[in-house]
Each structure stands twice: as C-alpha cells, then as structure tokens.
Design a protein around this ligand. Sequence first.
Ligand code: ADE
Length: 357
Amino acid sequence: MKSGQQGQQQGQQQGRTEPLDKHPRYEKIKDLNSGTFGFVQLARDRDTGETWAVKFIERGDKITKYVEREIMNHQCLVHPHIVQFREVFLTPSHLSIVMEYAPGGDMFEYVVKKNGLREDEARWFFQQLIVGLDYCHRMGVVNRDIKLENTLLDSSPRPLVKICDFGYSKHEKFQSAPGSRVGTPAYLAPEVILTTKGKTYDGKIADIWSCGVMLYVMLVGAYPFERPEDKHDNQKLQKMIQRILHVDYHIPSSVRTSEDCRDLLSKILVADPSKRITIEEIYNHPWYLKGLPPGVREMNDRMQAQPEGLQSKEEIKRLVEEARHVGVGAPGYANPVETDEYIDDAMYDEGGLDYND
Ligand code: ADE
C-alpha cells in the first residue's frame, strides 16, 4: 500500500535554506517530514525548553488560499484529538506554523508496519477519530482530507489519535463557494467525485465516508477501492473511481471482522449521502460503543469554548499576508524589521487533489 505522500520526501530536503538558522526563539532539533506543501521540523523553544513541530511553507506563491484556510481553521480548534496549533511566525524565507509535536508518527506508517490492525485496535482509533471529527464539525470546520497520513499518534502505550492537517479544510461560516472538489482520491466520497462546478455537497457527510475508508484500511491494510491487478497509474485511478461510485469493495476472507464491524462499514460506505450514517448514529452503533471509555460521548459538549491563543486572528492574518511576499533585506536576521518582530514576539510570549476550487 502506497501513501499519497511518498516519493516527494527526499528531493525537497536537499539544497534548501535552514529556516531556523539563527532564529532567536526556536532551535531546530531534526527534520520530521516533507510533502508538496513544504516540510516539518522538530524544534525546541529556547525560553521554555518545550518541543514543537514547525511546518515551513516557502514565502511567495506557495502561500495560497489553502494555507490561509489551514491556519485560520486550525487555530480555533482545541481538542485532545487534534494537534494543537500554537502560533505562526515569519522567517526571511518561510511562513512557519508551530504546533504540538506528535511523536508516534502517522497512522499510515503504523498500519503498514502492523500489516493491518486487529479489530479492537482499529475500534480504539476509530472511536477517537470520530470524536475529533465531531468536534471539528461542531466548530464549523469540515476537514475534506481525512486519511491515515493526516492522523498522527502520541507516544502513549495505547496511542492517542491527533488529526493534524487542515490544508483542505473549509469553514461553513466563511467559505460557502460551491463546486470545490478536494481530497485524496482513495478517500473521496462518490458525491465529491460527481460534483460539477457550481454544485455543492455536504462536506461533513463526505468526511464520514473518508472515516469509513480509514476504518477499512486499518482493518485490511489495503485501500477498499484499489486492486493489486490495476497496473497503470491512469487506468488505476479510473478503475478506482468507478469502484467508489459503485461502492464496490469487499473484505478479504483472511481478515477476521465481526458482524457488527461489517455492519457499521456498510452503513458508512453508502453512495447516497442522505442515506449514509450520521456521526450521531455512529455514536449509537453497537460496534462503536463496545469498550468506549465513559464520558467520551459527552466530551465534545464541554469542548466548544473559543480558546485563548497566543496570537489574535488579525495578527495571524497579517503574517500570512506578509508571507505572500518574499522576505526583503539581507538573508538571515540582519533585517531590522523582522528582528524587532521576533523580540516583540518573545516579550509578549504572552498561532491531495484539487480539481477546481
Ligand atoms: N508531521 C507533521 N506534523 C507533525 C506533528 N505535529 N508532529 C509530528 N510530526 C509531524
């Protein structure tokens, strides 16, 4: 099974500037990973000694509307199953997004390493995923790119799930333009594939489909709508899309799953979004309820208050706007304006596939 992120990782790390060189506050510890968006490093805050993951996106044209959405949608979320946003800052070369470090790696690696998970373990992750997604939806944030690679793990013996990427997310209140079709092909819901420009679909219901694909991949260690016999890339995608539209999947007989598990999967992977199971109904499904720790269902009722962040929304927007321009002045931190900003920050220490959107 191949991750959508593979193949881009190495080349991007060579020959780039080190954005944290001489940074007054954050010190690089190591590279974590990279993708089309940019790259992520583990860094230490010199003041507090805390470690953070810092995502770097090159200044200039790479600062798209998705980057702005990613940050604005992420910054308002505070939840145990969502990687915590901390702040954004600028270096001369990059826009930098500081967030909680999830040391357990991503769920794709985890599932591949285990060659698929036992049903109980898959349930444990799925329970958390649904609680995290339910919280996003209650906060008006639709993820639109739910997948194993965007779900990180902490270092607990029974790892906790942390949804980490809001690059394709949308806020129901602010962005209502119809016709956007985003996500990763293997996880796309039929109605998303069928959407034509000018038409809308309910992103929350499409997110539930993607959770069903995640559940399948956790159990089977393969994608539900991909077959090993599909050889060529183009043909492979076309065939996969046809199977998604016909909900043509099966669970291999070698994979042991309970009746309840197959029942839940069959209620999530439903082509007609109006007939697909809702999050509320998933909460009440016997497979989901099994072994659910007490209080989990009620958790989101207590989680909706707007957090007190380090940075205001206005400040974040200003920095993102500034990042659209490549840093001026000498390289490094000789530029007096930026140096001042860093000092201010320190003092106030107190931030797929895109068809047509
Ligand atoms: N890769 C991308 N974001 C990450 C994070 N927050 N923690 C660990 N690895 C990551």
